[in-house]
Design a protein around this ligand. Structure first.
Ligand SMILES: Nc1ncnc2c1ncn2[C@@H]1O[C@H](COP(=O)(O)OP(=O)(O)OP(=O)(O)O)[C@@H](O)[C@H]1O
Ligand SMILES: [Mg+2]
Length: 467
């Protein structure tokens, strides 16, 4: 059988620096291939290379064949003609796949119509049906900025796959989704395998387990292990794979209890209710948050976790009830770490310049930058690049760095490890806990992972599905 995609000794360079080194793989129809690996190890670049979407400054060595046909020498227009019809890519950042001013249903209908060749009415009907199946019917007339992160993720999936490309490249399709939505995406990906091929990049070991098939594990631009997924996950051979699997939250130590203090809480909520867009998100919510305390928030996609954050930071007012802030803190120390890191950065300005703007604006000590870079395991070279020129996990850590420069008193961290491999996720969570405890920062942690929340948090609030 001809592989759908064959990659032969592919290396990717920027200048003289090698980002991916001599990688080979065969993607067979009906047999899922999954890539797990370290953040920044070249997974997304590989997917972009297959699509023909690498930035111009990068050079390639090696070969990529699509159904036996060399892709790298194909004229650009012919490669682009494959997009959506033959090759469908779900990019790591859902926002990159969506039109920011187009309503949800229209985004999907257009793909059915323009790429899939359906009549307008039929395209609308199919789009409406697809949105309903994904639990997105209430969002059909919303534009991307009005969607929650998990909703945007699901919508991007529909838009990318609507035209029925028989080869799907999915870059972290389940990040930040609660378990039921995650399993739904996995089932959808699997359903495409019946007459297609699937390459999935993920940090979620359970997703790799559920997909089965073949597995590649990458670290620092290289493949460290490759073979049958179930065998590797049960009996990892490479040191890196062993460390990765040992870093699942279920094996983390429970964070030790916070030392109680009698100081006034940083924020107090009394019987708070909030609605958005005419829908009641939650009501009767009461709790207090003290310095150094870690509060977990769990709840399904779209239930209002991020909106609760906006309330805690004073960006939204409750419909009912009261929120009281301790007066001794400044408002700029109540901070939010955004769920989607690209949303927090101007795309074309070097990251180092953006960090220095914060330093200058608030009169901070610039020596904090290298210290925090080291703690977050970020290399200094990243600072001369823009947000579009670093990996998803690198940008997520730079977003955290920028927030930490400001020494937050209350930090609302929305899925702060969603784009990180398990080893990095564990390290970053340890760092956040350390900062909360040592510097008396109240940390509000939103996560789709109840095990992680249970290991790390002092108290947990569950937001139920609105009625
Ligand atoms: N335009 C660019 N110029 C220079 N280096 C880049 C550029 N884009 C990405 N890189 C670097 O290439 C490496 C691989 O990036 P890639 O996005 O493929 O990582 P990844 O494995 O997908 O990581 P993550 O899990 O964090 O998404 C990273 O170290 C990144 O900083
Ligand atoms: Mg990536």
């Amino acid at each position: 059988m001809t592989p759908s995609i064959e990659v032969k000794e592919l290396s990717i360079f920027v200048g003289k620096q090698c980002l991916v080194e001599s990688l080979s793989l065969r993607l067979m129809p009906g047999m899922p291939l999954t890539i797990l690996g370290q953040t920044g190890s070249g997974k997304s670049l590989l997917a972009q290379a297959i699509m023909g979407l690498l930035p111009d400054e990068m050079t390639l060595k090696g070969e990529i064949l699509y159904e036996g046909q060399p892709l790298l020498t194909l004229p650009k227009a012919k490669r682009q003609a494959l997009w959506g019809r033959a090759l469908a890519m779900l990019p790591q950042e859902p926002w990159h796949a969506l039109d920011p001013v187009m309503k949800s249903q229209q985004q999907v209908a257009e793909v059915f119509e323009l790429v899939g060749g359906l009549e307008e009415e039929q395209a609308q009907e199919k789009a409406s049906q697809a949105l309903t199946e994904m639990g997105l019917a209430p969002a059909k007339d919303k534009i991307p900025s009005q969607l929650s992160g998990g909703m945007a993720q699901r919508l991007a999936f529909l838009a990318a796959t609507a035209a029925g490309g028989d080869l799907i490249l999915a870059d972290e399709p389940t990040k930040g989704l609660d378990y039921s939505r995650r399993d739904q995406i996995v089932a959808l990906l699997q359903s495409r395998l019946v007459d297609g091929s699937l390459l999935t990049i993920t940090h979620d070991v359970d997703v790799a387990r559920q997909l089965g098939g073949e597995l590649i594990v990458m670290c620092q631009g290289q493949v460290v292990e490759q073979g049958d997924a179930a065998t590797i996950l049960a009996h990892p051979q490479a040191d890196y794979t062993r460390q990765l699997l040992a870093a699942e939250p279920s094996s983390w130590n429970k964070v030790s209890a916070r030392t109680q203090s009698s100081a006034e809480p940083i924020v107090t909520l009394e019987k708070v209710a909030l609605s958005r867009g005419g829908n009641r998100l939650f009501s009767d919510l009461s709790f207090q948050l003290h310095a150094g305390e870690i509060l977990g928030i769990v709840g399904d996609s779209g239930t209002g976790k991020s909106s609760l954050g906006d309330l805690l930071l004073g960006h939204l007012q409750p419909d009912q009830g009261r929120i009281r802030f301790a007066e001794r803190y400044k408002r700029h120390q109540l901070l939010k770490l955004y769920q989607d890191p690209p949303a927090a950065f101007a795309p074309h300005i070097p990251l180092g310049r953006l960090l220095h703007e914060v330093i200058n604006l608030h009169g901070l000590d610039a020596a904090q930058i290298p210290r925090l870079m080291a703690r977050l395991k970020l290399s200094e070279g990243l600072l001369s690049r823009t947000a579009l020129e670093v990996s998803g996990g690198e940008l997520q850590r730079i977003a955290l760095l920028r927030i930490l420069l400001l020494k937050p008193v209350l930090l609302f961290a929305d899925e702060p490890t969603s784009r990180l491999d398990l080893i990095s996720a564990q390290r970053i969570m340890e760092l956040l806990v350390e900062i909360a405890r040592e510097e008396g920062c109240a940390l509000v942690l939103v996560s789709h992972d109840p095990i992680l929340v249970e290991k790390v948090c002092d108290q947990v609030i569950r937001i139920a599905q609105p009625i």
